[in-house]
Design a protein around this ligand. Structure first.
Ligand SMILES: Cc1cc2nc3c(=O)[nH]c(=O)nc-3n(C[C@H](O)[C@H](O)[C@H](O)COP(=O)(O)OP(=O)(O)OC[C@H]3O[C@@H](n4cnc5c(N)ncnc54)[C@H](O)[C@@H]3O)c2cc1C
Length: 372
């Protein structure tokens, strides 16, 4: 029987982040990943934005870990040669009736401690983005963009250099508490069942974190760990370089996302999205139909007056593991150690939607502290 100190289920950014943190101090760490390569699911299907912590309630994990993560992940990128640029973000109002929402966001962002976050006028926006229409805006200079593939690669390399083992094409299928730890069952690439034992388990299974938690007999509905899948689709704007900063509209009340916004890539590509599509079924369908262009066009033309439907082409999609149902208030991240449920040393990460990428290293530190 194989023995490890810690088994991490899932090699997305969060599993890899936790692996580099826990292996730093000599723990024997195994990361099991069902896919052929790390970070192929939500971790490579996002906007790649290093968020500043503007929108989240003061004191929430999202606000605190995002604020700190903006700094620590920025430093990680500099230290490990991962592409990152603080391009800055504008949140634009296109009509006077939207300006009240800007004020509320400014108060929220400042309460969260977002550095340099300020109100600016239409002339400021014109200087920065001559092709964006806005009557007023907020400017966040610490918001950036990251090469997420290079980030995943760097986390995985550091973890492996420190002695962690990465088992790709190994699917976790069951776990149970045994004396002093856990016995886990995996299916290997030859479809054989492997059993192994460990002292600690970190459930970083992303979209499947709730069903993985159920295999340990956690009552995910009672605990509030049930995840609802909400797809976010993107369209490419065939006008590279025409917008150079991240540009977001004022979020509309009750909207589960931030509104159709502009994300820019490190090589100048311009995208719109993600939108918000609640999935009735748990199917990893990442298709983006041509017909969806209409709503992207309508959402963005208010602040990109030169936009035409012909400039839009379907791009990627990702799926958010949300803890709240449509219409319910947004929920915070769940980062839980399960001793109180008779499962010491089991960590659940649930609801790891945005700003999970930004908070990667901070979530890893939280997990490390919970296991200390
Ligand atoms: C549309 C969208 C846009 C986003 N934009 C941003 C952004 O701009 N900035 C930001 O900070 N955050 C953003 N996020 C959030 C961010 O992408 C996530 O928080 C982060 O990627 C979550 O990483 P993860 O490791 O939890 O999940 P994943 O990347 O999904 O990793 C989980 C891994 O677990 C594996 N797995 C699952 N079940 C098993 C099993 N039984 N056995 C073995 N392996 C298993 C999967 O194969 C997968 O590789 C966005 C998310 C979405 C959906």
């Amino acid at each position: 029987m194989l023995h490890f100190d810690t088994v991490i289920i899932g090699a997305g950014l969060l599993g890899l982040g936790v692996a580099q943190r826990l292996s730093r101090e000599g723990r024997r760490v195994l990361v099991v990943e069902a896919r052929e390569r790390p970070a192929q699911v939500t971790s490579s299907r996002n906007s790649g934005v290093l968020h500043a912590a503007i929108y989240y309630p003061q004191g929430s994990l999202k606000a605190r870990l995002c604020l700190r993560g903006n700094v620590s992940l920025g430093q990680w990128c500099a230290d490990h040669d991962v592409g990152m640029r603080r391009v800055g973000k504008l949140i634009v109002a296109t009509a006077p009736e939207e300006e009240g929402a800007l004020e509320r966001l400014l108060t929220q962002g400042r309460a969260n401690g977002v550095p340099g976050f300020e109100a600016v006028d239409g002339a400021f926006v014109k200087r920065l983005e001559p092709e964006v229409r806005a009557s007023a805006a907020l400017w966040s200079p610490s918001t950036g963009i990251i090469d997420v593939h290079a980030l995943a690669q760097s986390l995985s390399e550091v973890a492996v250099d420190q002695g962690a083992t990465l088992a790709l094409r190994h699917r976790f299928v069951g776990g149970a508490r045994v004396d002093h730890g856990y016995r886990l069952r995996l299916i290997d690439p030859q479809a054989e069942v492997i059993e192994l034992e460990c002292r600690e388990v970190v459930n970083a299974a992303g979209l499947h974190a709730d069903t993985v938690a159920e295999t340990f007999e956690l009552d995910v509905d009672a605990l509030g760990y049930r995840q609802h899948w909400v797809k976010g689709r993107y369209f490419r704007v065939n006008a590279p370089g025409r917008v150079k900063h991240l540009v977001y509209p004022v979020p509309l009340p009750g909207l589960a996302g931030l509104g159709v916004h502009v994300t820019v890539g490190l090589t100048g590509e311009v995208k719109l999205g993600p939108d918000v599509e609640v999935l009735g079924q748990r199917v990893e369908d990442y298709g983006v139909p041509e017909a969806a262009a209409e709503s992207f066009y309508a959402g963005a033309v208010r602040y990109l007056p030169w936009l035409t439907r012909e400039l839009l082409a379907p791009d990627q999609a990702g799926i958010r593991p949300k803890l709240s149902q449509p219409g319910q208030p947004a929920r915070d991240f769940v980062i839980a150690e399960e001793s109180a449920r008779g499962l010491p040393g089991l960590i659940t990460l649930a609801g790891m939607e945005s700003p999970g990428l930004t908070a990667t290293l901070e979530i890893a530190d939280e997990v490390h502290a919970l296991l200390a």
